[in-house]
Design a protein around this ligand. Structure first.
Ligand code: AMP
Length: 282
């Protein structure tokens, strides 16, 4: 596996691959890999000839009070894991290379996709995500890019940006990978102390509860939200950021749930660790 630090070197490598007729699959990440990341890399390997993984903790997608400095990092371990997963190139630029002095362009996807859910409590987050992914697409020039459904709003934002800007990259969605007890894998799970780890299960269990109630015939988003709020708050460490039933593509709130509805959850544990999860309930 080749480790590439500089954007120009990355583009030169990508051009060589294209010349040789090889399709590139990109997996954008912030590192500290777990099985969720690895399954995205393997999926990219099934769909493309060369897998490039970007490892970049993107400063502009973190708010001022967020965990940029504390975000978990382990470069050596990540390299070993990516290599084993069949990655051909790992692109790990410095922030100064990605955002040199004078850099002043950002990509902002419209508020109908970015103003609610995570965008409500993280107002600059999706502009940061769209900007870095747009830059990664320009640098790596992938034929396809794989994103996890774990970050369901991010996926909708990237799809919109890719279509609106005619970026010509196929966006592939990959299902959420979970721990055996149901917790969605996340680099941020490493922040959780044992008691908090138990409280973190409130998200996947709330999804299961919503599925049960929905299958029994409760389709009112408002009533289901009340049930889920009570359930999540029965774990004393939790504070709900949002519980939203939205249309899978438009991300607009729905009053009655159906097969196109996604339940999206964000919960803070002990006021510190913010976890998200989502899924269909019907
Ligand atoms: P991150 O490093 O957290 O920014 O995530 C990089 C990519 O991995 C994003 O497309 C995420 O949606 C995806 N991802 C993170 N956790 C999971 C998971 N548990 N299952 C599937 N994909 C995931």
């Amino acid at each position: 596996m080749q480790i590439i630090r500089h954007p120009d070197e990355m583009t030169a490598w990508a051009k060589e691959q294209a010349k040789a007729g090889r399709r590139i699959g990109l997996v954008p990440t912030m590192g500290f890999f777990h099985e969720g990341h690895i399954s995205l890399m393997r999926r990219a390997g099934q769909l493309a000839d060369q897998v490039t993984v970007s490892l970049f903790v993107n400063p502009i997608q973190f708010g001022p009070q967020e965990d940029l400095a504390a975000y978990p990092r382990n470069f050596e371990r990540d390299c070993a894991m990516a290599d084993t997963a069949g990655v051909t190139a790992l692109f790990a630029p410095d922030a100064a290379e990605m955002y040199p002095a004078g850099c002043s362009t950002t990509v902002a996807v419209g508020a109908e996709l970015t103003g609610q859910l995570c965008g409500a409590s993280r107002p600059s987050h999706f502009a940061g995500v769209a900007t870095v992914v747009c830059k990664l697409f320009s640098i790596v020039r992938p034929d396809l890019a794989v994103f996890g459904e774990k970050d369901f709003q991010q996926l909708a934002v990237i799809r919109r940006m890719t279509a609106d800007l005619n970026l010509g990259v196929e966006i592939v969605a990959h299902p959420i990978v979970r721990e055996v007890d149901g917790l969605a894998m996340s680099s941020r799970n490493t922040y959780l102390a044992p008691q908090q780890r138990e409280a973190a299960l409130s998200l996947s269990r709330a999804l299961a509860l919503a599925r049960k109630r929905a299958t029994e015939g409760e389709h009112s988003a408002e009533r289901l939200t009340t049930v889920l709020q009570d359930f999540i708050h029965s774990f004393p460490e939790t504070a709900v950021d949002y519980i939203s039933f939205v249309h899978q593509d438009s991300l607009q709130h729905v009053a009655e749930i159906d097969a196109q509805t996604v339940l999206a959850l964000a919960v803070k544990i002990d006021g510190k660790v913010r976890l998200i999860d989502n899924g269909k309930v019907l």
